[in-house]
Write a protein that binds this ligand. Structure first.
Ligand code: THG
Length: 292
């Protein structure tokens, strides 16, 4: 699986300050550490970046490239910032967060073609958030058609169903899994990606990894191609790299209806089994889901 480090993002306190004040050191340190943790790409998330977004992305890409040579994912809704990033990238770039409003696609798709970049298509359309797996399929087909039309082939399109927090709506968490099971039929050759940590937004920080890991294990049942993740969750990385086959087997069996006797499981198996139940909507989410 392709792993994309999420940690350089404007929402983080130290990185937010470093970006605003153009302090290279915290960013260099993080880029080095994410690379050492085995990431395949680094996501560079500067948010909407309405003001000076182009100079910020240009500076950020160059700062990161001083210490690492892995590929970069440009994560901003400001097309000028995307373009500045594309010009600065030494390796082939991945344009992240390409939502599907026509006025946005008109700018970004030709830019991707011109710079031979790959794109992450966020299934967020003119009507906002899709409500279920079928609406996601319709948006995906639409995106692939428009990208193909200007010469971007399926293998350069990574599709993101948009993961939402389990604490907000389990149906959407399930819809993303269902969508993953349909993707290879509706968009053959396209890649898949999720912003994994979204699933645990709103959950106490010390408990978030349990949800993130279990959700990744569930998505792996349908061969998810890549995920944007916390680069410093070692267990998550081992799971993604296929080093925890017994846990994967347990999670996948439960998705097929197996209901294990929780009292017979090891501590680690319990963490995953209880989290599967919450993420598949069998038990109601509460912050104490692991204790019940
Ligand atoms: N899909 C795509 N791109 C995305 C997302 C997605 N990019 C942004 C986001 N979602 C994925 N990246 C993050 C980055 C950080 C966090 C969640 C998702 C996060 N951070 C902690 C917090 O905010 O509490 C810690 C912040 C810190 O480092 O201090 O939760 O869905 N294509």
């Amino acid at each position: 699986m392709i792993l994309i480090g999420e940690n350089i993002n404007i929402m983080s306190k130290t990185i937010g300050t470093a970006l605003r004040e153009r302090l290279p050191d915290p960013i260099r340190e993080l880029a080095k550490a994410e690379t050492a943790a085995g990431m395949d790409y680094l996501d560079l998330n500067i948010g909407p970046a309405r003001k000076d977004g182009d100079s910020l992305m240009h500076w950020l890409v160059n700062t990161v490239q001083e210490v690492t040579d892995i590929q970069l994912s440009l994560d901003t809704t400001n097309p000028l910032a995307t373009e500045a990033g594309l010009k600065a990238c030494k390796k082939r770039a991945l344009i992240n967060s390409v939502s599907l409003q026509p006025e946005r696609l008109e700018k970004i798709l030709p830019m991707a073609k011109e710079h031979n970049a790959e794109i992450i298509g966020l299934l967020w359309g003119t009507d906002g958030m899709p409500r279920d797996a079928n609406e996601r399929c319709m948006l995906a087909v639409d995106l692939v058609y428009k990208a193909n039309e200007i010469g971007i082939p399926n293998e350069d399109i990574w599709i993101d169903p948009i993961v939402t927090p389990v604490s907000v709506d389990t149906n959407q968490v399930k819809a993303c899994i269902e969508f993953m099971s349909m993707l290879s039929d509706i968009a053959p050759g396209c890649k898949s990606v999720v912003g994994l940590s979204n699933v645990s937004n709103g959950t106490p920080a010390n408990l978030r990894p349990y949800l993130n890991r279990t959700y990744l294990a569930m998505l792996m049942k349908y061969g998810i191609y890549s995920a944007i993740i916390d680069a410093f969750d070692d267990e998550l990385i081992r799971l993604a790299r296929g080093e925890m086959p017994e846990i994967l087997e347990l999670v996948h069996k439960m998705m097929d209806g197996y209901n294990p006797d929780i009292s017979t499981l090891t501590q680690k198996e319990k963490e995953y089994a209880k989290s599967v139940k919450v993420l598949s909507g069998d038990t109601l989410y509460s912050h104490s889901w692991l204790e019940i």
